[in-house]
Design a binder for this molecule. Structure first.
Ligand code: ADP
Ligand code: MG
Length: 386
């Protein structure tokens, strides 16, 4: 699950990580009131969306007067924003964060994630942070530092100091970095996070570290024990089809292509997407209807796939292991009848009672194209979508 910057900063503050004072606003009037309450005469109004890259897209506005704060909030609220990180989606701006502007001397990068390769929680850091971090990673990978945390020992202060010196920090800043990293590590573990990114982690002109932007992602598997995090969910920032899928307990991810896939088992779903690409097509989604694919689930899955008008053909690829192929065939027919599918549907069934399943589909009178195997099915789906 993803969080807004303002929510991330609230979490950081709870763990003693320095963030500038800020307040959220849902109207230009609230933004002005927020700036007044913060005091000072230099603020930043920031669009709250589940994507970075806001600075480059005009979502971070520096304001030196209350009028400017009002104008910035007016320009942002109620609009949508697409950034190079929003995966082609326009995200709604319902909230802005009004925050103190910092005088920045330098922008660093610091993130934390679960690194499967080293089987540890790892920190990634760079002295060259800010909005060009992807460029730094591409052109100057040596400027990126890695630190793995030993699972048993936990994060050790000496590791933080070593990283601080590698980033060119002085002794005072290295002390601040150590405290900040120990706080982050505690936050990461206690709240079951999957990713934290501070970019920029700034050094202000007084020489102190302050977190100016924060991205947090939590591990959904731990939702059951993180009710406070779950309460922060903002479904308006999420893909509509994916939100629907979670309601039906379907594993669904929207993709860019035009061939809808309905498959049981994550492995077979991945293989199906691979074969579609091999045949020159592009999958519109990943969808695992699960081992217990009942008629109801198949119907919901069809609705979900058809909720996108990008989809030009559907490839159903089901292995009847625990479920029987004849039952699946009946489910498909019921779903096609109920939902009223107007695009070609290609079905490949294999496994228990496969012959009976094929017979049921063939005698249904519906325009369902049978496929002999995964390659045949993918080929037919690609041809049908073209
Ligand atoms: P994004 O990563 O989505 O582009 P950021 O919050 O990182 O958004 O803002 C982009 C840039 O705007 C930062 O790199 C920083 O230079 C500037 N900025 C952001 N917040 C502040 C702030 N509170 N004070 C001063 N400058 C800021
Ligand atoms: Mg940023």
């Amino acid at each position: 699950m993803n969080f807004h910057e303002y929510q991330a900063k609230e979490l950081f503050a709870e763990y003693g990580i320095p963030v500038p004072a800020g307040r959220v606003a849902r109207s230009p009037e609230e933004a002005v009131a927020a700036a007044k309450a913060l005091g000072g005469n230099f603020w930043v109004v920031k669009a709250q969306i589940h994507a970075g890259g806001r600075g480059k897209a005009g979502g971070v506005k520096l304001c030196k007067t209350l009028d400017a704060v009002q104008d910035a909030a007016k320009a942002l609220l109620g609009t949508t924003m697409e950034t190079y990180q929003s995966a082609g989606r326009k995200l709604p701006i319902d909230v802005v964060l009004v925050t103190e502007a910092s005088d920045i001397a330098k922008e660093l990068y610091l993130s934390m994630l679960v690194d499967r390769a080293t089987r540890s929680v790892s920190f990634i850091a760079s002295a060259e942070g800010g909005v060009e971090i992807e460029e730094v990673a591409r052109t100057n990978p040596d400027a990126i530092q890695h630190l793995d945390v030993n699972y048993v020992q936990g994060l050790q202060p000496y590791q933080c100091r070593k990283l601080g010196f590698a980033l060119g920090l002085n002794a005072k800043q290295t002390g601040q970095l150590t405290k900040l990293m120990l706080g982050l590590f505690k936050l990461f573990n206690e709240r079951d996070l999957a990713l934290v990114e501070l970019n920029p982690l700034a050094i202000d002109t007084a020489g102190n570290l302050v977190v100016l932007d924060g991205k947090v992602n939590s591990d959904d598997n731990a939702d059951f024990r993180q009710p406070k995090l779950v309460a922060l969910r903002d479904v308006r920032q999420e893909d509509e089809a994916e939100v629907l899928a979670t309601q039906y307990n379907l594993n669904y991810v929207t993709m860019d292509g035009n061939i809808g896939c309905m498959v049981n088992g994550a492995g077979l779903a991945m293989a199906t997407m691979d074969v579609i690409k091999l045949e020159g097509g592009e999958p519109a989604n990943f969808l695992d209807v699960g081992g217990g694919a009942t008629k109801e689930r198949v119907t919901e899955a069809f609705k979900l796939i058809l909720s996108s008008d990008k989809v030009k053909a559907i490839f159903v690829n089901i292995f009847g292991g625990i479920v029987r192929c004849d039952m699946i065939a009946e489910g498909i027919i019921a779903a096609v009848k109920e939902v009223g599918v107007k695009i070609p549907v290609i079905v490949r069934l294999e496994g228990t009672n496969v012959e009976k399943g094929k017979e049921i589909l063939a005698s249904s009178g519906l325009a369902i194209q049978p496929a002999d195997d995964i390659n045949d099915g993918a080929r037919k789906a690609v041809a049908a979508a073209a």
